[in-house]
Design a protein around this ligand. Structure first.
Ligand code: TXA
Ligand code: MG
Length: 340
């Protein structure tokens, strides 16, 4: 599977080459601390359109811009007064890092990026290789480097397998440290809302702001007013069902038994039930040793992709409560399962 694209090991020479390719208006897949992104410069409409083409992404779904620092971010948005003060506090606490802000855009920001919206999503990534490139190219737009709707990539090989025919270069920065996409915090309305949960949790944001933030629920439709909130997203090709405590509940409902075509995934190796599944040990997987949510987040997309490449016709995966980083894992799994 996959092909075409060259995977470049990150060296000073390859980084220089990637900068030149980006400045020439081409797209390149780059590592970030969350997931791999498919990057293009923000002031070249042709380059931006190539992102949508390569991903098969509908033009109503806007892109995230990556800026090097707060001053680079402020060049692109209209923000002042109390809101600017709050933005500074959030940046001091969490940037560079996996937190994306939705703010009112400046006129100069391309409608291709924002899908015609008056707001723009921007984050300040922490990955050293991505930052080195940003220093030389200026801000880059980059959605996750996967075909629209499929599982996000957390290593260069994931990008090659699912996008290799559509792009020509992938810069390899090793596996992503966080493993799920950034938290998206909408600061453009009267109430601050989290449009997508991530490693920076609602609790962490509330603590810095000293006020509550609301967690928005995904919607079923393709409502352009709520891009990225599509209930079905991140889906493997193999049917996925979720359970909280016992995989047996799902299997009974589904008219299935433990067996060679069913994969069972637990959140933690240490909390797996002892009975029942024993004889199907080869069908049992786990996302962490001891239930550390950060470890689960780092492994979730890679495991879904791996299982998708095996001969299962059903994946049953345990979901966490929506607490802390568990909210992001729950969100991705619920959306991945919504297709089936
Ligand atoms: O961690 C991340 O954020 C990764 C890495 C590559 O940085 N990027 C990423 O981009 O996840 P993408 O395009 O896969 O997801 C961006 C989400 C989309 O769901 C999009 O709808 C939403 O951000 N978005 C972008 N601009 C928006 C806006 N102005 N208002 C509301 N949502 C917006
Ligand atoms: Mg994505």
């Amino acid at each position: 599977m996959g092909g075409g694209a060259r995977i470049l090991e990150a060296t000073p020479e390859s980084i220089r080459e990637v900068v030149d390719i980006l400045l020439a208006g081409e797209v390149v897949a780059l590592p970030t601390e969350t997931v791999y992104g498919l990057a293009a410069v923000i002031n070249d409409g042709g380059a931006l359109r190539k992102i949508f083409q390569a991903k098969g992404r509908p033009s109503y779904d806007p892109l995230i811009i990556h800026a090097l620092d707060l001053s680079g971010l402020l060049d692109l948005v209209e923000v002042g007064g109390v809101l600017l003060d709050k933005l500074r506090r959030l940046c001091d606490a969490f940037c560079p890092g996996p937190l994306t802000f939705v703010l009112r855009k400046r006129k100069a920001v391309s409608d291709i990026i924002t899908a015609g919206k008056k707001t723009v999503a921007i984050r300040i990534p922490s990955h050293p290789i991505f930052r080195e490139i940003l220093r030389r190219t200026g801000p880059l737009a980059a959605p996750s480097a996967n075909p629209f709707g499929y599982v996000s990539p957390t290593c260069a090989e994931h990008v090659r397998i699912s996008m290799g025919e559509k792009i020509s270069h992938i810069l390899d920065g090793g596996p992503c440290e966080i493993g799920v996409e950034s938290t998206i915090l909408d600061l453009s309305g009267r109430r601050f809302t989290i449009l997508r949960p991530g490693a920076i949790t609602a609790e962490m944001v509330s603590e810095v702001l000293g006020e509550g933030v609301e967690l928005l629920r995904p919607v079923a439709s393709t409502d352009p007013a709520a891009p990225g909130m599509l209930r079905q997203h991140y889906s493997p090709h193999t049917k996925l069902r979720l359970f909280r405590r016992s995989a047996e509940e799902v299997l009974l409902n589904f008219g299935k038994d433990f067996g060679k075509n069913v994969a069972i995934v637990y959140l933690s190796r240490n909390h797996m039930p002892l009975s029942g599944e024993g004889k199907w040990a080869k069908n049992i997987f786990w996302l962490s040793e001891g239930g550390d949510w950060n470890e689960v987040a780092r492994n979730i997309f890679a495991l879904l992709r791996r299982l998708d490449g095996m001969q299962f016709d059903l994946i049953c995966c345990q979901v966490p409560e929506k607490i802390g980083v568990g909210a992001a894992i729950n969100d991705r799994l619920s959306r991945a399962a919504a297709k089936f």
